[in-house]
Design a protein around this ligand. Structure first.
Ligand SMILES: Cc1cc2nc3c(=O)[nH]c(=O)nc-3n(C[C@H](O)[C@H](O)[C@H](O)COP(=O)(O)OP(=O)(O)OC[C@H]3O[C@@H](n4cnc5c(N)ncnc54)[C@H](O)[C@@H]3O)c2cc1C
Length: 455
């Protein structure tokens, strides 16, 4: 490739890996610091026939941000933030992380406003989150990161900069585009008023199915902003890796590893109303074999410790998967998140549990039960188990699509699940994705080998 000061050629040390442990290789790399530099690099790569894979924090869990023998563009240094007090919105450049976004919103609004849609992994960037349609712990009430986007700026496959707002179809096309359509350079985000009252409640049950039944029973309760399920394996690895994760070493207590939990947050403007709602929920636990005297309750900023605990479950599963990967590099962290509109929480948990047992696989089920789409992570002890687990994920995704639900929620398809996507997705969905790719990037400049077979 012709020389450009913004592009570094890479030698032997050219691997790019995300949190799935999927490893790709880059021929060259760049870290633009301005939108002009992004456009210049795109034009340079275009002129030299070199494809580009953009990435943010590389916290994705499907290999989508890893290059496939092409140019790797990190957006992490394009990370400016400007808060606009007139309408309490934030202009965030694509590489800004959620920890930076949350901090600036709180600081600039004198702690009166917040950004509530962050994924639990706060080192993820806003560009990466929009590209995956990511959503966080509070998505039950607030939806996904994309739901907070009002304007977007991007560089197209010709190296030209564009700007569009919420009424423009192009903005919506970029949600979930996995770096295959354009390079997102900046977004304007809405913020919300910080709720006056906030409660965190962790309910424990002796069995996953009782916890799921409890979830079904409280679906109509008001004031819930976080509605999460943790199966009885979820806390096992948190105990195992506790000393290795600084954020959880601060948590005074970790639930014992043989119980399932439902984690709720209640939000509102009136403390007394929330207290009454919490009491109502406490009364209900005994009906589902929970112990009303063993419900962990915190209020206000103390919910942070429960949020850290919930996040630690994902982190510890990743650490466990890394141990298996160290023994056999074919094994990666694999997970899925599907929705089944014809199943309630109990049926979803039972379905996943039964198919894991039937296939003699170890899975951890946790996450957004309130929205009907918990994650299932499968731990593979050998490459044979890994192949079996991939087949099972394909079966779950096919079943989800057949019941008019969705698959690959939040975390996308990437490179790891490309074949699974092709085998399970309905033809009209595949055609839609291919047509969008042809519209945005007909010559395949962005993120080759991701999601779609070569077009
Ligand atoms: C411990 C842990 C917890 C997690 N928790 C959550 C969670 O609560 N909710 C959730 O949804 N996900 C979660 N994730 C997954 C991941 O953090 C999110 O999907 C996150 O949004 C990815 O952001 P990133 O900056 O790391 O993106 P990357 O992994 O770097 O990239 C992701 C995709 O975006 C594309 N991309 C990145 N930047 C741009 C850009 N500027 N323009 C165009 N394309 C771009 C890449 O090409 C790739 O396709 C978690 C992951 C981990 C490891």
């Amino acid at each position: 490739m012709e020389q450009s000061l913004l592009i570094r050629s890479l030698g032997e040390d050219n691997s790019v890996r995300d949190e799935s442990l999927f490893t790709g290789h880059a021929f060259s790399a760049s870290s633009p610091q301005t939108t002009e530099e992004v456009c210049e690099i795109v034009r340079h790569c275009l002129a030299n026939g070199v494809a580009i894979t953009p990435h943010g924090g590389l916290t994705g869990i499907n290999g989508a941000g890893t290059a496939a023998g092409n140019h790797s563009m990190s957006l992490q240094h394009l990370n400016g933030l400007t808060y606009r007090k007139e309408d309490d919105t934030l202009w965030a450049q694509a590489g800004a992380t959620f920890s930076e976004i949350e901090n600036i919103v709180r600081k600039e609004s004198n702690m009166t406003r917040e950004f509530p849609a962050s994924p639990t992994e706060k080192s993820a960037t806003v560009g990466g989150a929009i590209s995956f349609h990511a959503s966080g712990l509070r998505s039950y009430k607030y939806g996904s990161v994309s739901d907070f986007v009002m304007e977007i700026e991007y560089c197209d496959c010709h190296g030209h900069l564009h700007f569009c707002n919420i009424s423009d179809d192009d903005l919506h096309d970029l949600f979930g585009s996995e770096g295959m359509f354009a390079i997102i350079t900046g977004v304007r985000l809405r913020t919300v008023a910080t709720p006056k009252a906030l409660w965190g409640l962790m309910f424990f049950f002796p069995d996953n199915l009782y916890a799921a039944e409890f979830a079904d029973a409280i679906m109509d309760q008001e004031h819930i902003s976080v509605f999460e399920f943790c199966d009885s394996k979820s806390f096992e690895f948190v105990h195992e890796f506790r000393s290795q994760i600084s954020s959880i070493s601060r948590i005074p207590d970790i639930p014992s590893s043989d119980q399932s939990a439902i984690y709720l947050e209640l939000e509102g403007e009136d403390e007394e109303i929330l207290e009454a709602a919490a009491e109502n929920l406490l009364d209900l636990t005994a009906t589902y074999h929970g112990d009303p005297d063993n419900v962990w309750t915190v209020t206000g900023n103390e919910v942070e410790s429960f949020r850290l605990l919930r996040h630690a479950i994902s982190e510890c599963i990743n650490l466990k998967a890394a141990q298996f990967h160290a023994r056999d590099v074919r094994i990666k962290k694999i997970s899925c998140s599907c929705s089944f509109p014809d199943k309630n929480s109990l049926e979803i948990i039972k379905y996943y549990q039964d198919s894991l047992t039937k296939n003699k696989l170890t899975g951890i089920i946790f996450g957004h039960i309130g929205s009907g789409r918990p994650y299932v992570n499968i731990l593979s002890h050998s490459s044979e188990e890994y192949d079996k687990a991939m087949e099972l994920i394909e079966e779950w995704c096919s079943k989800a699509y057949k019941s008019r639900g969705c698959a690959f929620f939040e975390c996308g398809v990437g490179k790891l699940y490309r074949d699974t996507f092709y085998k399970s997705a309905p033809i009209d969905l595949l055609n839609k994705r291919i047509k969008s790719k042809q519209k945005w990037d007909p010559d395949g400049l962005f993120n080759p080998e991701n999601m779609l077979l070569q077009i």
